[in-house]
Design a protein around this ligand. Structure first.
Ligand code: UDP
Length: 185
């Protein structure tokens, strides 16, 4: 929000600039080739790489941070978006930006949140086996639910996410199972 405020001020004071801010929601997934994916250092903070490392046997169980949120299954809801969709959003935003000035913002999300347990179930389907998980207390600072309204990106950029949760999990599993230890030197 702070960066957007700075960019908005810049656009107001320097009218020749063309500025676009893309608001990512929860990027997951990997390249379809299975050769490029997420490889966090140390213990993953984010849900998807953690599940992937459980699936490949690098971690014993997923810790589910809270099942007492006011959501249908009690776990947190997030707007997961496939990185390939996100990449396409960047291309369209760059093309649009060439023809205009001013400051513009777009939400890049699917607009449809998924729970932690829904992600886990989808990943189990992708990797073909049940994955161990334990319910833990809520993580400090987490909100119960948030998701994008991506309608402006559709109207102005002609962009919308095409890949669903099954593709997110399939592509992540392809990457992780091909590269159990991530990128190797
Ligand atoms: N989460 C979880 N276990 C983990 C990592 C994340 O239960 O090991 C939950 C987290 O509480 C949130 C959701 O998964 O409800 C997405 O978390 P992530 O850190 O990936 O994204 P963020 O919270 O930054 O949106």
């Amino acid at each position: 929000w702070m960066v957007e405020t700075v960019l908005r001020d810049l656009a107001a004071s320097e009218p020749g600039w063309s500025l676009t801010a893309l608001r990512y929601f929860n990027p997951v997934g990997a390249h379809p080739s299975g050769s490029m994916g997420e490889d966090p250092r140390g213990i993953p903070n984010n849900l998807m790489p953690f599940i992937a490392q459980v699936a490949v046997g690098r971690r014993p169980a997923l810790q589910v941070f809270g099942n007492d949120y006011p959501t249908p299954d009690g776990t947190g809801l997030r707007d997961y978006i496939h990185v390939m969709d996100l990449a396409e959003g960047h291309l369209l935003a760059c093309q649009k930006g060439h023809g205009r000035t001013g400051f513009h913002t777009y939400n890049l999300g699917r607009g449809k949140p998924l729970s932690v347990l829904e992600m886990l179930r989808a990943f189990e389907a992708a990797c073909g086996r049940a994955l161990p998980h334990v319910i833990e207390p809520r993580r400090a600072g987490d909100l119960a639910a948030y998701w994008a309204d991506p309608s402006k990106a559709l109207t102005e950029l002609g962009w919308q996410a095409r890949l669903d949760v099954d593709a997110m999990c399939d592509y992540t599993w392809r990457w992780q199972s091909n590269n159990p230890e991530g990128y190797q030197p």
